[in-house]
Design a protein around this ligand. Structure first.
Ligand code: PGA
Length: 253
């Protein structure tokens, strides 16, 4: 079975102490993940070491960066490089989140550079794509996300793209309480898988996990994750509440 992932994206929330308590509460549920299931906590940079040591004895639990810089190193005050994440033994990093694209003017080509650096440092990028409301209303979302994949991922070899996790996050559903319907999610995920199959092969397309993100909650996760092409979720708001995220982990196929 394809890898199924519950990924928490804390964004810029929680103090260190609150984050530590949240992790303790979630791990106290002692959810034993199956071989094909993973739980990933994308936490603020200063909490990475703490998070990694909290999950270190837990099978298939990981810490992740929420972002990384698109250059290798240098005079970029305040930024964090992929090599730094690797030196902290971090295995995953979100790249191209819509909030980074919107507030920090990240482009598809910058995201492509981040993807390359991550893969070169043994970090699996969690690559975010997704359309804003006007694109959805114009019914051009399929072309829009295809272009994002083309410009940020399709230079990779088949072996490389197998190490990428894709997160489809329709921007109109992020933090709005407005979730895509299971039909909308499944339709887009199947579309993403089909364009990966055309670019690479059906075998490769069937290996890449595609997560859904955008107002995933404890009460809708199971239904969303039950879609054949939805391999888990990237969860913002609901990942900040232990009971909710525990339920979301339990909803993995
Ligand atoms: P949300 O955020 O679950 O709060 O909608 C998802 C995300 O931005 O990754």
């Amino acid at each position: 079975m394809r890898t199924q992932i519950a990924a928490a994206n804390w964004k810029m929330n929680l103090t260190f102490q609150q984050g530590e308590k949240l992790l303790d509460d979630i791990l106290a549920a002692k959810i034993k993940l199956k071989d094909h299931q993973k739980t990933i906590f994308a936490v603020p940079y200063p909490y990475l070491t703490m998070t990694r040591s909290e999950v270190t004895d837990e099978k298939n639990y990981y810490a992740a960066g929420q972002n990384c810089h698109h250059k290798r190193s240098g005079a970029f005050t305040g930024e964090v490089s992929v090599e730094m994440l690797h030196s902290l033994k971090i295995n995953y990093c979100i790249v191209g989140h819509s909030e980074r694209r919107e507030h920090f003017a990240e482009t598809n080509s910058m995201v492509a550079e981040k993807v390359n650096l991550c893969l070169g440092n043994f970090i699996s990028p969690i690559f975010c794509c997704g359309e804003a409301l006007p694109v959805r209303e114009a019914e051009t979302q399929n072309e829009f996300v295809a272009q994002q994949l083309k410009e940020s991922l399709f230079h990779l070899t088949a072996d490389q793209i197998r190490n990428v996790v894709i997160a489809y996050e329709p921007i109109w559903a992020i933090g709005t309480g407005k979730t895509a319907t299971t039909e909308q999610a499944q339709e887009m995920h199947a579309h993403l898988r089909s364009i990966i199959a055309v670019q690479y092969s059906v075998a490769v397309a069937n290996q890449v996990p595609i997560l859904y993100g955008g107002s995933v909650k404890a009460n809708n996760a199971r239904e969303l994750f039950s879609c054949p092409d939805v391999d888990g979720g990237l969860v913002g708001g609901a990942s900040l509440v232990a009971a909710d995220f525990i339920e979301i982990i339990r909803s993995l196929k």
